[in-house]
Design a protein around this ligand. Structure first.
Ligand code: UD1
Length: 427
């Protein structure tokens, strides 16, 4: 049986949605728990496949992983019995690369499979991660079968590392490796995304010494060990942004709860330009659209710029805007594979490399489409909700990697959306 998402479009969204914990923070903090000499209690854990795989990886290495409630997990890695994470699970997600930094910090020796995950930007290199580990004193070797071996025979020693490309993954991985290293590590031109600050806050709550996260210079002074404790993961910026983009596309009014307003500024600015009303309280945002959608331009940039992970979702209201809008992808080499699917629904889009021009049309029409990656999948859902008629989305496994109960949450605000089993079709 193959599972698809079926949507009957055309309903405005109205009501309240609660945002879950941040995927990109959780997938880094779970490996970080391997540095802790004690029990780590993590709250606000999202129920998504990437997080469950990351937990399976640490469980597979001998960590004791216990759910106390559906959103609270305890990790005790004091009895870890191996330094090499299970290869077959490593290949399932991109963020498994954080195991490299964490295990290098703990054992000074790790062998991992090259990470898997979304492949929207062509090659997704990890050269900056490796460069960082080597600056701290490790030697790396790529082995047959796609394995990377990282070893620091004489331990890890603090250094100043300049990242010539702003990289979220390299910043966090170097932070992990440096946590138990000797002396001070300085990361210059560091990424500033909310999940970087969250990882630093987690490490500091467990006894690490990380300063400057959220700016482009992060200083990590190595400590001998981390102690156990409790930490609550931040709300997911991209999940919140996805529902904000959805209401811009469908019309209606959504109260989105458990958010950090600062993280959503760049997204709300664009929604206001499109003609939405956006109002905040301390931990909620309400997005309302009643009139027409205005055209606008978007360029994705590292934080605090507009997030690349919101680019496909924002494309849907722009497909329906009055006039032409331009999206420029400023992070990945290409991230417009999803436009072919939108053309099947009647969208008018022209792509040239990193630039896409959206000529607004009066309506999208339901069609069978494919979710090529996580955020493209979310965009297909938004397109289906805004379209006239029926849409079915295949390859939903990409969506489940990063959205906690997206079908249930949308149903609760008036969407006609459900999972359907399609017999006899191979995925
Ligand atoms: C993370 C996010 C991903 C998001 C991206 C950018 C996770 C698990 N994933 O991915 O959803 O789209 O940030 O916000 O948090 N680069 C190099 N060499 C490297 C690493 C990266 O050249 O060693 C380049 C990449 O090709 C890309 C840019 O740096 O052009 C940004 O990548 P990076 O920030 O590292 O993305 P990820 O951490 O993989």
């Amino acid at each position: 049986m193959n599972k698809k998402i079926a949507i009957k479009g055309g309903n405005p969204l109205n009501g309240e949605i609660n945002i879950s914990g941040a995927k990109n923070a959780a997938v880094a903090i779970i490996p970080a728990a391997l540095l802790v000499d004690g029990v780590c209690r993590l709250e606000n854990i999202p129920n998504i496949v990437d997080v469950m795989v990351q937990l399976d990886i640490v469980r597979g290495m001998g960590a004791d992983v216990k759910f106390l409630t559906p959103t609270i997990v305890e990790i005790d890695s004091r009895n870890l019995d191996r330094s090499d994470p299970p290869f077959e699970l490593m290949r399932k997600l991109r963020a498994s690369y954080y195991l490299m930094g964490a295990l290098l910090s703990r054992y000074h020796d790790v062998e991992v499979a090259m990470p898997g995950g979304c492949n929207f930007g062509g090659v997704r290199p990890i050269d900056l991660h490796i460069k960082g580990f080597e600056a701290l004193g490790a030697e790396t070797a790529v082995k047959e079968g796609g394995f990377v071996c990282v070893k620091a025979e004489n331990g890890l020693h603090g250094k100043t590392i300049f990242l010539d490309v702003v990289s979220v993954g390299a910043t966090m991985n170097i932070m992990l490796a440096a946590t138990l290293a000797e002396g001070q590590t300085v990361i210059e031109n560091a990424a500033k995304e909310p999940h970087i600050v969250d990882l630093a806050n987690f490490l500091n709550a467990m006894g690490a010494n990380v300063m400057g996260a959220g700016t482009d210079v992060i200083k990590i002074t190595g400590v001998e060990k981390l102690h156990g404790g409790t930490y609550s993961i931040i709300p997911d910026q991209i999940e919140a942004g996805t529902y904000m983009a959805a209401v811009a596309a469908t019309g209606g009014s959504l109260l989105i709860k458990n958010i950090i307003p600062k993280h959503l500024e760049c997204i709300s600015t664009k929604l206001v330009e499109m003609g939405c009303e956006v109002t905040y309280t301390d931990d909620t945002v309400r997005v309302t659209r009643t009139g027409e959608i205005h055209r606008t331009n978007i360029k994705t940039m590292p934080y605090p710029g507009f997030p690349t992970d919101m680019q496909p979702q924002m494309a849907i209201p722009l497909c329906l805007a009055q006039g032409a809008s331009v999206i420029t992808e400023g992070v990945w080499d290409s991230r417009f594979r999803y436009v072919d699917e939108l053309r099947k629904m009647g969208a008018e889009i022209h792509v040239d490399g990193k630039v896409a021009v959206f000529n607004g049309v009066d309506r999208l029409m339901g069609a069978p489409v494919t979710a090529y990656d996580l955020r493209a999948g979310a965009a297909m859902i938004i397109a289906g909700l805004a379209a006239v008629g029926d849409t079915t989305i295949s390859d939903t496994r990409h969506i489940e990697r990063g959205y906690d109960d997206i079908v249930g949450k949308l149903r609760s605000v008036g969407a006609i959306i459900e999972y359907v089993e399609v017999p006899g079709e191979a995925e």
